[in-house]
Design a protein around this ligand. Structure first.
Ligand code: HEM
Length: 223
């Protein structure tokens, strides 16, 4: 057990944990987006509410959800620990900020992550908290009508704007995080690294764009 504590206190252990939790959260985003796209099906929320009911009541999904929240927490805690560690190692900072070798987003993952965290708090309050602890009417199939909650939320221009802007920050965070996680896991190969970088870039554009499209379409159309 001692080796595990030692490992998790070392820089490489912390980076490994950031990478693994980050990859799990990337997987979560794919599942979450796939389910949320049902909001755009044009069936007055029938498919989405059925999906949300399944996700909220299936014991296995409930277990995964606890894992999901734990991983989000670990990802944040270890990000803070690594930032403090880096600051201690270099309290003054570089005299000349490197521009060519490291991109803005890779140097500002903490800022990007903080904006995403603020988005997440607002988001969970809007939907998750509402579903678990608030009053949500039921639809014709006796499922909680989360579709109507979402539709009403995305009828507000400022919330739609918050979602769209936050997705730009998510895209920037992912565009560094995706490839960086694979590099931390040791996958550094002349042939495969450019492919991973390409998939990472495509992912960080497509997934946030998919999320941003939902409030935009719901706001501008009659869905
Ligand atoms: C238009 C975009 C989005 C919509 C409509 C949406 C909708 C929802 C809804 C309805 C819930 C509560 C029901 C459920 O757990 O499935 C939820 C939960 C959640 N959302 Fe979103 N979401 C969006 C984007 C995002 C993004 C971009 C993130 C992360 C950066 C995110 C993270 C979460 C998390 C962590 C939960 C709690 C999941 C759990 O119970 O394990 N969501 N979302």
């Amino acid at each position: 057990m001692n080796w595990f504590v030692q490992m998790m206190s070392s820089t490489i252990g912390r980076k490994l944990l950031m990478a693994l939790t980050g990859l799990f959260l990337i997987l979560f985003l794919v599942v979450h987006l796939s389910g949320n796209l049902l909001l755009l099906k044009g069936d007055s929320g029938e498919a989405f509410n059925t999906y949300a009911h399944f996700m909220g009541n299936n014991p296995l999904i409930k277990f995964i959800s606890i894992g999901n929240f734990s991983f989000i927490l670990l990802h944040i805690v270890y990000a803070v620990l690594l930032t403090i560690q880096n600051k201690k190692a270099r309290p003054i900072g570089y005299a000349v900020e490197s521009t060519k070798t490291s991109k803005w987003n890779s140097r500002n993952m903490g800022i990007l992550g903080t904006v995403i965290l603020i988005f997440l708090v607002v988001h969970l309050q809007n939907f998750w908290f509402q579903m678990k602890f608030g009053y949500v009417p039921v639809d014709a199939f006796n499922n909680k009508d989360l579709y109507t909650v979402t539709k009403e939320a995305f009828g507000q221009w400022w919330l739609v704007s918050l979602y769209v802007v936050s997705m730009v920050f998510l895209a920037l965070h992912l565009s560094h995080g995706f490839a960086s996680a694979f590099q931390t896991l040791g996958l550094n190969h002349r042939k495969y690294t450019p492919l991973i970088q390409f998939i990472g870039l495509a992912f960080s554009i497509v997934v946030p764009a998919g999320f941003a499209s939902i409030p935009l379409i719901m706001f501008f159309s009659q869905l």
